[in-house]
Structure formats: structure tokens, C-alpha cells
Write a protein that binds this ligand. Structure first.
Ligand code: HAM
Length: 403
């Protein structure tokens, strides 16, 4: 027997239904906020992720499914969705159109991480990317939209937010932070020591307890923002307060991808163990430009579908559609035109084997049909069908044409 690869799984039965319910719910909400569907390739040039997610990030440094294809190209299975959408946005010259553009997507992402509960090597995201809107009202709208998706799915969450500043306030802060880190260097873990030179901001979200306690006294970007970033952050928190959305400001929230500026956020759940982030996102105003497009502000998010799968409250299952069965061999063929006609309106299960009454009733129950419709010798002769409503228990015999 051939098993799936480590960290990859099949979604069947209950899980696949949950998957469809999550995607349908999120899609319906995203459409109401003006998002249109975008599909981009799973395989992209490795350079795309190096330049966007960042060479010094763990995703690019350690976790990419990267290989040379038969044509000698350095390619990579996408570890996340934003980079591909931005590439498509630029490639399609959408950055040159005056209208704002909003896209939603869902699909598989690949990260060669150490698998554990909630952490897969192939997982699925539902994401949204909004291009051309620099106003912090859009950041707020996106947070409202995610809250609405989780609330419709019956999922509770905590929201953590931070500001990562901009090209004006981030560089002096970084310098300041590096100064602080150098002073405590000897006590910091190996990873943090490496990051002081490669990506000092990432030191802030080190999970090591000693590092975290040392970082308690580190300078905070939130206290060193430029006027524009500061007023946007104050506006955002004010809007969240007015909307009654609870949040915590987490000054160590830096996200694992390098493209963010200003607003960064994560939705977490305390019901799913250590891999608690169920959605993440933020603003990335420089990425389009950085990937050779026209300067375009942008903001987006992605939800981890597997992480919320067991949290979703599924709608109650109700009886649906028709079960069609024949009690004689000759009657089976008479059911095909009925099935074809009815399938234009509802779900139809057609049993190909002629069976007794009890066996058909069991079959109708198994597929959770609302109506059990049977045809036997007598019905075939009279051109009728026997119908039982399995909810009201009413029974009738009517002509095939009228059915
Ligand atoms: P991310 O935080 O790396 O952001 O991923 C978003 C979500 O994907 C996470 O919150 C988590 O629920 C899920 N996730 C990540 N890694 C795994 C894994 N190994 N196994 C299972 N689930 C996982 C991004 O990917 C950004 N592209 C989000 C974004 C869109 N920012 C702006 N636009």
C-alpha cells in the first residue's frame, strides 16, 4: 500500500464536507466585499518567493519545495498565495489600470516543516488580496471581513495586531533594536544570534523563553512610529474599539514573511493546541513595486483551512433529494428518464439493482433522501410511481408524468 507523504493528507468524508463549507462561506462573504476569484499556478520561479517572502525568512531558507525542472529552471511549489497573486497582478498589467482590484483564492500551499498537529507540509489557505487602496479603512474592513467569516463558521478567536512601520520609521528602529540585541547577544539563542545580522526583527518572535524574557525590555516599534504610521495605527484601533472587536496589541508580532509594512495581524484560537494561528495578514505597500510593478498599496490575509476544520460548526444535516428504486428488473430502465429529469432540480440517487421494499427503504435512509420513490410490476403496468416522504411519512401513488 502506498501512503501519502509525511505531512500531507487526504481530505475525505467529514473533512471534505467541512472544507467545502469553509470555502463556500468565505467565498460568499468575500464576494460581498467586492472580491473576484483568481487562480494562479502552484509552481512558480523560486526567485519570486526569494524576493517577496524574503531570503532570510524560515519559509525561503528552510521550508521550500524547491527543485530544478526538466528544462533546468529553478522552481518552487508555492509556500503561500500572496506572491503569486502579486506576480499575476503585475504580469496582467493590472497595476496600470486605474480601478482598485480585489482577489480571493483558495488552494494548496507547501512548506517543508516538521509536521505536528496543525502543521502540515501540504495545507490549504483561503486568502484575499486588495490592491490600490492605501487607506487604513481597508485594513479595518479586512479585519471585519475575517471576523464575519469566523462568526458565520461558528469559530471564536483572539485578534492580535501590531504595526510594522514603513520605510521611514522601520530602518532607524531596526538600528536601535540591533544595538539592544548586541548588548544581550551572549544570552540570546543561536537562531537569534544569526538573525541579528540577517533579519533582526524576527528575533522579536523567538519562541525561546530566555530570549522572550530578555526582549521584554527591548525598544518597541509601536513607540517609534512615524506620524503617518502612528496615526493609521491609532485610527485602526479606534475603529476596532467602535466596532466592538476585541484585540490585543502584540509588539512582538512580526509575521514570518518579509513583505509587510504598517498593519500586521493574526487571528488565533486557544482551542487547537500550539499551532494556534488560524489566519494572518497585513499591509504590503511596497511589494508590487519591489516585484517590478507600478507602486500600488496592498493589504490581504489568509486563513489556514485545516487549522479551523475541527472548529467549524457544521449546519444541521437535513434530508435532501430523491432515492429511486425498482422492484423488478424491467422497471429499472423506466427510472432513467425520471432520474435525468429530476436531476435538473434536485439530488437523485438511482439504485441500479432490483430489490425488495425493505431493502430500498434502508437504501433511501442511508443516503438521507427526503423521498423514496419506488416502481414495481404494478406501477410499471399503470405508468405510476410509489412515493414516500421520509420526513412527514406520507405515502402516495402518482403517474410517472406527474411526478
Ligand atoms: P501565514 O501566516 O504564513 O500568512 O499563513 C496564513 C495561515 O496559514 C496561518 O495563520 C495558518 O493558519 C496557516 N498555515 C501556515 N502554515 C501552515 C502549516 N504548515 N500547516 C497548516 N496551516 C498552516 C501567509 O501565508 C500570507 N500569504 C497571508 C497574507 C495574505 N498576507 C497578506 N495577504
Amino acid at each position: 500500500m502506498i501512503n501519502p507523504l509525511r505531512g500531507m493528507k487526504d481530505l475525505t468524508f467529514d473533512e471534505s464536507q467541512r472544507f467545502v463549507h469553509i470555502v463556500t462561506t468565505a467565498t460568499n462573504i468575500a464576494k460581498k466585499y467586492g472580491y473576484g476569484y483568481i487562480e494562479t499556478p502552484i509552481l512558480e520561479e523560486t526567485a519570486l518567493f526569494k524576493r517577496s517572502v524574503g531570503e532570510s525568512s524560515d519559509i525561503v531558507g528552510k521550508e521550500m519545495y524547491q527543485f530544478e525542472d526538466k528544462g533546468g529552471n529553478d522552481v518552487c511549489m508555492r509556500p503561500e498565495g500572496t506572491a503569486g497573486v502579486v506576480r499575476a497582478f503585475i504580469h496582467g498589467k493590472l497595476d496600470r489600470q486605474p480601478v482598485k482590484q480585489k482577489f480571493y483564492y483558495y488552494g494548496p500551499m507547501f512548506r517543508y516543516e516538521r509536521p505536528q498537529k496543525g502543521r502540515l507540509r501540504e495545507f490549504h489557505q483561503f486568502g484575499c488580496e486588495s490592491f490600490g487602496e492605501g487607506s487604513v479603512y481597508e485594513d479595518f474592513t479586512i479585519i471585519i471581513m475575517i471576523s464575519q467569516i469566523f462568526s458565520e463558521l461558528g469559530i471564536g478567536f483572539d485578534l492580535q495586531i501590531n504595526s510594522l512601520g514603513c520605510v521611514e520609521c522601520m530602518p532607524p528602529y531596526k538600528q536601535n533594536l540591533v544595538g539592544f540585541l548586541r548588548e544581550t547577544q551572549e544570552e540570546l539563542c543561536e537562531d537569534c544570534n544569526r538573525r541579528i545580522d540577517t533579519n533582526p526583527i524576527r528575533v522579536l518572535d523567538c519562541k525561546n523563553a530566555t530570549c522572550q524574557s530578555l526582549l521584554a525590555d527591548s525598544p518597541k516599534l509601536i513607540h517609534n512610529l512615524c506620524i503617518s504610521c502612528d496615526s493609521d495605527f491609532i485610527k485602526l484601533t479606534g475603529l476596532l474599539d467602535k466596532a466592538g472587536i476585541k484585540y490585543q496589541i502584540d509588539t512582538n508580532l512580526v509575521r514570518g514573511l518579509d513583505y509587510y509594512n504598517k498593519t500586521a495581524f493574526e487571528f488565533v484560537s486557544n482551542e487547537i493546541g500550539s499551532q494556534s494561528a488560524i489566519a494572518g495578514g497585513g499591509r504590503y505597500d511596497k511589494l508590487v513595486e519591489f516585484l517590478d510593478g507600478k507602486p500600488t498599496p496592498a493589504v490581504g490575509f489568509a486563513i489556514g483551512i485545516e487549522r479551523i476544520m475541527e472548529l467549524v460548526k457544521m449546519p444541521e444535516v437535513t434530508r435532501e433529494g430523491i432515492y429511486l428504486g425498482a422492484m423488478t428488473e424491467e422497471a429499472i430502465e423506466a427510472l432513467f428518464p425520471v432520474a435525468t429529469a429530476k436531476r435538473k432540480e434536485t439530488k437523485v440517487t438511482l439504485e441500479y439493482a432490483s430489490k425488495g421494499f425493505k431493502s430500498h427503504m434502508k437504501g433511501a435512509d442511508k443516503v438521507n433522501a427526503r423521498y423514496c420513490v419506488l416502481i414495481g410490476e404494478k406501477e410499471l403496468e399503470n405508468g405510476t410511481v410509489w412515493v414516500k416522504d421520509l420526513e412527514t411519512k406520507e405515502e402516495t401513488t402518482i403517474s410517472i408524468e406527474a411526478f
